[in-house]
Design a protein around this ligand. Structure first.
Ligand code: NAG
Length: 782
């Protein structure tokens, strides 16, 4: 039955115990008294104690900085700028220490009372009379001013502003607190790169990893090789939609751009003023098609090539047997080193197929001459040779974890991206490591239910998952742990064509990462973080950033309750604060719909639509789930063969839970059988009139999941003697990823048992696939 009026639904819903999600917030610091203004500092400081009173900002407030220190004057000015933006008041900068008894002053000083906080630590004391920020270095002071900025209101105001009295003692947990940005798959203008650096600064991050070269574009001007940007900086089109969607289609629009050396200097300077190191990445030997299009003589085959329009890993890489390759890369690195003062320079090293090298006489000669074992050792030779060049000029290289294969270059740092294993191996070999595992910090992954998100590369890395990340693997010894410098998020931009989309992918996950990198483990607290995020979301809004509201999306959990022949619906968001409203008739939820107060039961078919609202404004998207309470709903299912342990979903009841699985085999909604047939018997607990039977199967051939060869429906009154009512023997072979629903009309049959048999092993499949994966969901009896 389809419902039309939301009022009708009240009768269909029986309220359950109100035990859900109503926890009141704990205050941000745990030390606040009720009426005080909440403090929301992200990342959470090492020590924060709230004092009574507050410091009132007035037009006479002055910022004092140590005399004769230009760096401090600049930091003072940056802070004054933030005050001006948020309060309209721009304190004057005075370059001398204030009088002992001076009031209404903010003092930034290198005369620190605590000398054990390292290069980036600081102390902050806000009292009604004055504010004192002290650190050993200007860097520490800069970071401290980021804390002061977060004591200001989140939205600009013309009302009087006060800073809550408090004391902070703070320093970072890790020395590498990074964000990466791929400007090669899609190019972003200098203004945005600077804004990105601002985002790092506000999160007390200190390393910007600038991924400048790729198969799809070369983005840094190299004076000696102008074709790198003239030719390599542009491609004639771009893949439309997701890579997995075949056949591939391309736009014909030219895409590209590059940064001139002047612009690069500007960005490096901009970052320096914010105490951020820019680590450039020049990819080698792979991901180099843009360079090879410009200079095909540096490949093994000689080309010709074109700057890539699609994503992936490509066979043509720099030739390791050609001396010219090294001259070329050394020349490039010479210009790169002149532009970037960073001690660390990234040389890529990931995903470099060995296909060409295996066939290339020059590469094979090099292997022979150098006494190398294979092409992996040739890659090591390549990297080590570049390392020598860089080391001789006072630089250290870092590379993706593939540089471990074939032997690490003696002084190289490793960036662990294929999980943390590479990082663990490197630390055990006493090499420094930056952790960037795809599982937790690939910000090109989805951050919420994919169906509700803009297209992304794949994966699912929620805000909570990022927050839960621990960069130091427990398997390392205390000594080995010292080699973990920190972590960073990687922002690959295959599916991120605009700056707005970059913002969407990094916010709010970057805030979670900042706390992973800065805050001591013992001070991390997911609930408290979510509380502080409420203020942070307002800051984002003030900054005008396009942040993702995925944490506000409503997660619906609908479980069969066989004892009541009902479905229990639980609604929740990852964000604290918003109110959830829902409808059951397919209409859009609004604050006029049902307010969610706790789990409720459905006893009839419904379409549950839910969204969360804050101050009457919808946050996130509407989530929809349909529950079809057909005759088999919630009935006992007996399976002759058990599903594979990885794909058991919610057990046999999954087949009769009233919900249809979506087309992804990993979503936990499918029962997956490996090598066995599906034989399911449903007991309807008494004779019923049956008019139709259906069952569904998933096909995703690339994952080895095929439709069944044959499906049979049979019914029985006693569970012993079955009568076949339908056989599907010629299930058409079609390409693609889809769900096949096999519906049989069986008018007016009386039965108590329904048996569905689906034969694993599709005829026409390769012999080894004859018995492969068979994925099934909902058996519908009507
Ligand atoms: C990897 C590639 C990268 C790609 C990304 C997408 C690394 C080190 N390499 O396949 O080029 O953009 O994943 O998530 O991540």
């Amino acid at each position: 039955m389809k419902l039309t009026l939301s009022k009708k639904m009240v009768g269909l819903v029986t309220a359950c115990a109100l035990t859900f999600l109503s926890a009141p917030y704990s205050v941000a610091t745990g030390q606040e008294k009720a009426p005080q203004q909440a403090i929301s500092i992200i990342p959470q400081p090492v020590k924060l104690s709230r004092q009574s009173g507050s410091f009132a900002l007035t037009k006479d407030t002055k910022i004092f900085v140590d005399a004769k220190n230009e760096q401090l004057r600049k930091i003072g000015e940056q802070l004054a700028g933030s005050f001006k933006e948020m309060t309209g008041i721009q304190p004057a900068i005075v370059q001398k220490a204030p009088d002992k008894n001076a009031t209404n002053s903010i003092f930034l000083t290198l005369k620190t009372p605590v000398d054990t906080l390292g290069e980036e630590g600081y102390t902050l004391k806000v009292q009604p009379e004055r504010v004192v920020l002290a650190a050993k270095t200007p860097n520490g002071l800069f970071l401290g001013t980021q804390t002061i900025r977060q004591l200001l209101p989140a939205q600009p105001t013309t009302s009087p502003v006060t800073l809550p009295a408090l004391e902070v003692v703070d320093k970072p947990r890790f020395s590498w607190r990074g964000m990466h940005l791929d400007v090669a798959r899609h190019f972003f203008p200098v203004e945005f790169v600077k804004r990105y650096i601002d985002y790092l600064a506000m999160h007390k991050m200190n390393t910007f990893h600038w991924h400048l070269t790729e198969d799809q574009g070369w983005r840094i001007e190299i004076k000696k090789y102008p074709k790198l940007t003239q030719v390599g900086g542009w491609r004639d089109g771009t893949l439309i939609g997701h890579y997995s969607k075949q056949p591939h289609q391309f736009s014909t629009e030219r895409h590209g751009g590059f940064y001139t050396q002047e612009q690069i200097k500007e960005v490096v300077k901009y970052a320096q003023d914010r105490y951020i190191t820019v680590v450039p990445e020049i990819e080698m030997p792979g991901h180099a098609l843009a360079a090879l299009t410009a200079y095909p003589e540096l490949s093994c085959t000689g080309g010709p090539f074109e700057v890539e329009k699609k994503w992936g890993v490509f066979d043509d890489v720099f030739c390791a047997g050609n001396e010219k390759t090294f001259t070329f890369l050394e020349d490039i690195m010479t210009e790169v080193m002149a532009l970037f003062p960073s001690k660390i320079v990234h040389i890529g090293g990931d995903e470099s197929p060995k296909t060409r090298w295996e066939k290339c006489p020059k590469c094979q000669k090099r292997i022979k001459d150098q006494g190398l074992k294979d092409e992996h050792e040739l890659q090591s030779y390549f990297i080590q040779r570049m390392e020598k060049f860089m080391n001789a000029r006072g630089r250290t290289i870092i590379g993706w974890d593939e540089i471990l294969e074939g032997g690490l270059a003696p002084n190289a740092y490793v960036m662990s991206w294929r999980g943390t294993e590479g990082g663990i191996a490197a630390a055990k070999q006493k090499h420094y490591v930056v952790m960037t595992p795809g599982s937790h910090v690939y910000f090109d992954h989805y951050q919420g239910e994919p169906g509700l998100e803009p297209i992304a590369i794949g994966g699912l890395t929620t805000l909570e998952k990022v927050y839960s990340f621990e960069p130091i693997p427990s398997v390392l010894s205390a000594d080995e742990k010292k080699y973990i410098l920190g972590a960073q998020a990687n922002v690959w931009t295959e599916y991120i064509p605009t700056t707005q989309q970059v913002e969407y992918m990094i916010f709010p996950r970057m805030s979670a990462l900042s706390e992973v990198l800065w805050t001591p483990v013992a001070r991390k607290d997911w609930n408290d973080f979510q509380n502080r995020m409420q203020q942070q979301y307002r800051r984002y809004a003030t900054m005008g950033v396009n942040y993702a509201k995925s944490t506000f999306n409503v997660k619906q959990q609908i479980k069969v309750d066989p004892t009541k022949a009902a479905a229990t619906v639980t609604l929740a968001t990852d964000a604290l604060g918003p109110q959830i409203y829902y409808t059951l008739d397919g209409s859009a939820p609004s604050p006029k719909a049902n307010a969610y107060t706790g789990p409720f039961n459905l006893v009839q078919s419904a379409e549950v639509k839910a969204a969360s609202f804050q101050d009457g404004v919808q946050m996130g998207k509407v989530s929809t789930k349909k529950v079809d309470m057909h005759k088999a709903f919630g009935q006992t299912v007996n399976l002759t063969h058990a599903p594979h342990r990885t794909y058991t979903a919610a057990g046999p009841l999954t087949l009769v839970d009233g919900q249809q699985a979506a087309n992804s085999f990993t979503n936990g909604q499918w029962l997956g059988f490996l090598g066995t047939d599906v034989e399911a018997v449903i007991d309807l607990k008494g004779k019923q009139r049956i008019n139709s039977i259906s069952s569904s199967y998933l096909q995703t051939k690339n994952d080895g999941i095929h439709l069944p060869a044959r499906v049979e429906y049979a019914i029985s009154k006693d569970g012993k003697k079955y009568k076949t009512v339908k056989v599907f023997s010629e299930i058409a072979d079609k390409p693609g990823v889809f769900k096949e629903e096999l519906v049989a009309e069986v008018p007016n049959k009386k039965a108590r048992y329904v048996k569905v048999t689906a034969q694993n092993g599709r005829s026409g499949a390769k012999p080894e696939e004859k018995k492969g994966w068979l994925f099934t969901d909902e058996i519908i009896v009507k």
